[in-house]
Design a protein around this ligand. Structure first.
Ligand code: CP
Ligand code: NVA
Length: 316
């Protein structure tokens, strides 16, 4: 345990946050309890990261991830430098390894948003400071932690509840599957044929689910996926980098739109969830997105609290 007078900071079993599948169930609980304490906003936590510095390097656009890490770092007494890398992939001007070896001399943590997940692995392999995945093409771990923190606030223990994800079997979906498996939450991922989540993510999660009691189902039928669900989640049909597929995907994914008919199949008190940004009229209708079952802005708020917890727990 690191000693801080007011905020207990339990050791996590990981040095970096690349993927929620690397975390133990206990680690995830530590992140949640720390986030809840920080959300309660006690002043004495303000200086936990005094004189610590964060570097953020983003190859893609961001509103939530960028703002919440920057504000979170400031809230905890630290500072933040942002490097916009949208015009050139990481590794193009100098190797990722050399970047890592420079940055670790100046900052205490790196948050990176990349196309290729292996760039994050390379940063982590070459820097002694923690690397946090701010979204890669493979996973979106900070998002899933905020999603489950929000569900935990509503449901208490999320074990035994059913979360349905409808849409592209993408980065957001993978992290939901990883995290649900660890927490014993049943997850149904429902996509058009050919857009299902990665088979390795599913088989790994099924192995974990044997221990936690989670049920992992991969479906193509949106009605079956929505029936009796406790929450319905969706994400954009074309992720950043897939812009040229938008038209084709709009046609294929139309039956997977979250609308009032789909919500009516779920439990009456089911929540609607989305990582945002959302496209009203595509993956979700405006009435659902802005309706009383939607918790999308609560999730966005919790990005801040959960990431403050990650920063406080990972930066030493
Ligand atoms: N949900 C999410 O990660 O949002 P940004 O892309 O705006 O960071
Ligand atoms: N799947 C989306 C998530 C954005 C937060 C993307 O990768 O663009």
């Amino acid at each position: 345990m690191t000693s801080h007078p007011s905020l207990p900071l339990p050791e996590l079993s990981v040095h970096d946050l690349l993927c929620t599948s690397d975390l133990t169930t206990e680690d995830i609980e530590h992140v949640f309890t720390t986030a809840v304490t920080l959300k309660a906003g006690r002043d004495e936590h303000n200086q936990v990261l005094r004189q610590k510095r964060l570097a953020m390097i983003f190859e893609k656009d961001s509103l939530r991830t960028r703002f919440t890490f920057d504000i979170g770092m400031q809230d905890l007494g630290g500072s933040c430098v942002f490097m916009d890398h949208r015009d050139a992939r990481l590794g193009s001007r100098e190797s990722v390894k050399d970047m890592a070896r420079n940055l670790e001399r100046w900052v205490d943590c790196i948050v990176a948003r990349t196309f290729k997940h292996k760039v994050l692995d390379e940063l982590a392999a070459n820097a002694d400071i923690p690397i946090i995945n701010g979204l890669s093409d493979f996973v979106h771990p900070c998002q899933a932690l905020a999603d489950f923190m929000t569900l935990r606030e509503r449901w208490g223990n999320p074990a035994g509840k059913t979360l349905t994800y409808v849409g592209d079997g993408n980065n957001t979906c993978h992290s939901l599957i990883h995290t649900a498996a660890k927490l014993g939450t049943h997850i149904r991922a429902c996509s058009p044929e050919g857009y299902e989540p990665n088979a390795r993510v599913v088989s790994e999660a099924m192995r974990v689910a044997h221990q936690t009691g989670a049920e992992i189902s991969i479906l193509n039928d949106p009605d079956a996926a929505a029936d009796g669900a406790d929450a319905i989640y969706t994400d954009v049909w074309a992720s950043m980098g897939q812009e040229d597929e938008i038209e084709e995907r709009n046609g294929l994914f139309a039956p997977y739109q979250v609308n009032a008919d789909m919500m009516a199949r779920a439990k009456p008190d089911a929540f609607f969830m989305h990582c945002l940004p959302a496209h009203r009229g595509s993956e979700v209708t405006a009435d659902v997105m802005d309706g009383h079952q939607s918790i999308v802005y609560d999730i966005a708020e919790n990005r801040l609290h959960v990431q403050k917890a990650l920063l406080a727990l990972l930066i030493r």
